[in-house]
Design a protein around this ligand. Sequence first.
Ligand code: SF4
Length: 804
Amino acid sequence: MRPIDLASRSGVALRRAFQTQQLRQAAGSRQYSNITSLPPTYEKLHSKYTEVRRVLGAQRLTLAEKILYSHLDNVEESLLNNTNNGRDIRGKANLKLKPDRVNMQDASAQMALLQFMSCNLPQTAIPASIHCDHLIVGSKGADDDLQAGIQTNHEVFDFLESAAKKYGLDFWAPGAGIIHQTVLENYAIPGLMMLGTDSHSPNAGGLSTITIGVGGADAVEALVGAPWELKAPKVLGVRLTGKLSNWASPKDLILHLAGLLTVRGGTGYIVEYSGPGVETLSCTGMATICNMGAEIGATTSIFPYTEASARYLEATRREQAVRNAAAFQNFPGAGASEDAYFRFKADEGAQYDELIEIDLSKLEPHINGPHTPDLSTPLSQFKSTVQEQKWPEKLSAGLIGSCTNSSYEDMTRVESIVRAAEEAGLKPKADFYVTPGSEQIRATLERDGTLQTFEKAGGIVLSNACGPCIGQWKRQDGVEKGTVNAILTSYNRNFRGRNDGNLDTMNFLASPEIVTAMAYAGSTTFNPVTDSLTTPDGKEFKFPAPHGLEGPKTPFDIGKDVFKVASQPPNPNEKVAISPTSERLALLEPFEPFPNSDLSGLKVLVKVSGKCTTDTISAAGPWLKYKGHLPNISANTLNTAVNAETGEVNVAYDLDGSKHTIPELANLWKERNQPWLVVAEHNYGEGSAREHAALQPRYLGARIIACKSFARIHETNLKKQGVVPLTLANEQDYDKIAAGDEVATVGLYDMLQNGGQGEVQLKVTKKGTGEEFLVPVKHQVSKDQAGFILAGSALNLLSKSASV
Ligand code: SF4
């Protein structure tokens, strides 16, 4: 832990620093129980928490449960219904939650706002923000790229800005930063609950908030003030001991964990960290770990509030939040027991559904990939793995930064090794790109000379935006589509095509330090811990172990005025900018309601094999420009899916045997009023919170997705758009169903009518032979979700209730 240097401060600053330190130390102790006033930020949380304690008595609670349950609309109803009188909440209770705020990135905000507009409300019920980050292409460098991005996307940015003005939302202009970094710097406060229309929203769990990635339809529920429903997650505990050393960084912890748990291991769980090792991590390091927790399918991740959290709040100019957090934790609640106090950590004795122990002292750097974030290899074995697997040994590019890893600590650790290499006369052999996560971090790194060090070394600093992390990368190195090549990034996700649209680019995920050192070597087989490089004058050079500063010595620089947030009250006279002839924005037409009967006459459009992520169902990259135009973006639906029967990518066959792309056939069937379903394998919809992956199939006529298992966010998104997600009860039934088969549902209508209660089967009639058989399926449809499906979509219901 870094001690506060009181000697270098004086007067008011000294007094404040001293008081703040006292308050930090007060966290978790009773000695400040004479605090009598509750900070307004925490009044609601406190009163709900008192109810939670009344309902659950002396039950030991994890931190995640305390925060989550203290955001229930009706504590008693959610915690006592179907839960064995509150003893069996996890995995059983349907939590109806009232989040504190909603954060939206520009690509998903378009559809969220179009849906919100259909509800005809004058303003949002809770605070919300829009972050213009996904649409800027990374290519030549920040200034050129930003200008080009603004020009290309001005129509969308104008729409978002006008909607922000009309409904009173915070607007972060293009170049201001990536959503998760901006949220961590400005909105995350311990104990809060937020929704974010992006799967890596859990980043803010590094500052002890519960932040959940959702689709736009979920965001709209929160924005109109309706309770947002979540099946009570189980809690996976990760107990940390020891301390990271040498090349190991927080990123390596989550890379390692992803390898242990796989992309499905966290499904249905909140990952909660505890143990003495937590105290050794920086706040931004904890955020990195929570951010990438999305890659194990976790609902969200959370860390307790530590001294590092308080230091980060101070460095980001939020001293008042430090005082509030300390005052709240030490505010006497109802009753005299320790439980009356809301501490930002788990109760002593709280039980986890699963518990993993990790000794940070023993953790070595890891590299995950290619093509999936859970293929984890310890650095010491990476060279041999590359050679065994015949992965490319040449490294084309190293990219660091993004919302996951652009903290001051990350960048100054990288700076330490770049400086050492520079002094030895070395330059990176691979292209080297740096993406700052926000204007605040960029300006601070510039002020403190770090960015100049990278640029001197030949690094290209991209704009404060997602760029290459989301397919918005115009490569300058001539690597053509179809060329197998390797890149290393400090990003969080590495599905095929994710960065440059090239399915043959292998993206290996690692810490920024490892990425940078390997970029100097230009090789995937270089191990900076053990190997040396040769300097221009023929000497051996070995990188020193990286070292950096947790945060800047003086608070973060706010940066350029043009990137400051525009906060405004709602203005009913503001006209939301949508041109009727726009190719990028289109008002939404409501989907038709569910028929008054079971579904029949559905045909299997395509049977998909292997991974089918949200990238597969609705690709990003160049398609991001159509996010606000459902008909146009639907032309990418499932366009990288693999046809299980032929092995072809993006190929489907009509009933007469004619060959089409998958979206072409879906569109033909839409025109013919032929409803359809998709059959798929495991973890369907893995990846992002992208609701387009649900909206597009629905728009094109999908009524059911039947697969071996679903990713959580996507399963919910489907139900919100009126598509029924069904899991095959017997996985081998996947082999029995084929494209073109006819499907009818048995029991589905009754189940929906009964609020999600009841069994469902599919009656399959084989194409060609006419053979019929029944396939049992499982579902996770709650009462509210049954209502969405019957109404045709969640929005149909919401807009009806909003207009009453
Ligand atoms: Fe942007 Fe990548 Fe972060 Fe998503 S994961 S918010 S695309 S930087």
